[in-house]
Design a protein around this ligand. Structure first.
Ligand SMILES: [Zn+2]
Ligand SMILES: [Zn+2]
Length: 260
């Protein structure tokens, strides 16, 4: 009886087929390339809580993206386990960083495809790639609506809601979401972030833009990087994107189109 890959394809000499190993390689490349964006997502909360230009610290800090750090733990521990499975005596132990480990496994794909549990490896890495893409890209289901006016607990509501209510105390406290959104946009606008970071930050505040739109605005000369990080990647001012997104909204109303 011929050996079969977990997808059902026939294999000879390996445990997973070439289609599955190509998919695994693609996932590993995705993990390595998204790692900086995940770091941005994880660090955003800390940065937003920092004082700007010697001013008072933002209080309370905006609770962005706690799930990004959960995603980073899961992706890191899964990759660590598969590095252990692939590791041979002659190897240097890989650095425990997502990009490093993903590239390290990718460089040893020939060893992965003959592991007895290569199918599990491919499945798990596909799953953590989905988690990673979600953590970096996906718009949140709930929009942050600022802290409660009484107990200061962070409040969230569905996009489109006009009021947010905290019932943790009696009487309950209600705030106007639009007003609070304006206030948060004001606080967020001075911050610098990478393209993917600005997209996610604005999504948290109920403004939908895509990384492709950011690229288009840069190419059209409508958006300039305000700074860059240690790795030379451009950092954009969130306020510039809020303005462009607002202009786009006005243009959409005029044209009745769905794209700028
Ligand atoms: Zn297969
Ligand atoms: Zn409250």
């Amino acid at each position: 009886m011929p050996a079969l890959c977990s997808c059902g394809a026939k294999v000879s000499g390996t445990v997973i087929c070439s289609t599955c190993s190509t998919a695994l390689e693609r996932d590993l490349v995705t993990l390595a390339s998204l790692a900086p964006d995940l770091d941005v997502a994880v660090n955003r909360q800390a940065r937003l809580g920092e004082p700007s230009h010697g001013g008072r610290p933002v209080e309370p800090p905006l609770p962005f993206d706690e799930h990004a750090s959960d995603a980073r733990c899961l992706v890191t521990s899964t990759l660590t386990a598969w590095c252990e499975a692939v590791l041979e005596e002659r190897d240097d132990r890989p650095v425990r960083e997502i990009a490093y480990m993903a590239a390290w496994i990718h460089a040893r794909i020939g060893r992965v495809v003959v592991l007895a549990d290569a199918g599990d490896c491919a499945d798990e890495i596909a799953e953590i790639t989905r988690v990673m893409v979600r953590a970096v890209d996906s718009p949140p289901e709930l929009v942050y609506a600022g802290p409660c006016g009484v107990c200061k607990r962070p409040l969230y509501c569905r996009p489109g809601k006009t009021t947010v209510t905290c019932r943790d105390h009696n009487p309950a406290w209600s705030g106007d979401v639009t007003e609070r959104r304006e206030w948060m946009l004001g606080m967020a606008s001075g911050h610098l972030a990478h393209a993917a970071g600005t997209v996610r930050m604005l999504a948290m505040l109920g403004i939908r833009i895509t990384p492709v739109q950011v690229t288009r605005w840069v190419k059209a000369g409508r958006l300039q990087a305000r700074s860059e990080d240690a790795a030379g990647r451009p950092l954009y001012r969130v306020g510039d994107l809020i303005t462009l997104a607002a202009n786009r909204g006005a243009q959409l109303e005029l044209k009745g189109k769905h794209e700028v």
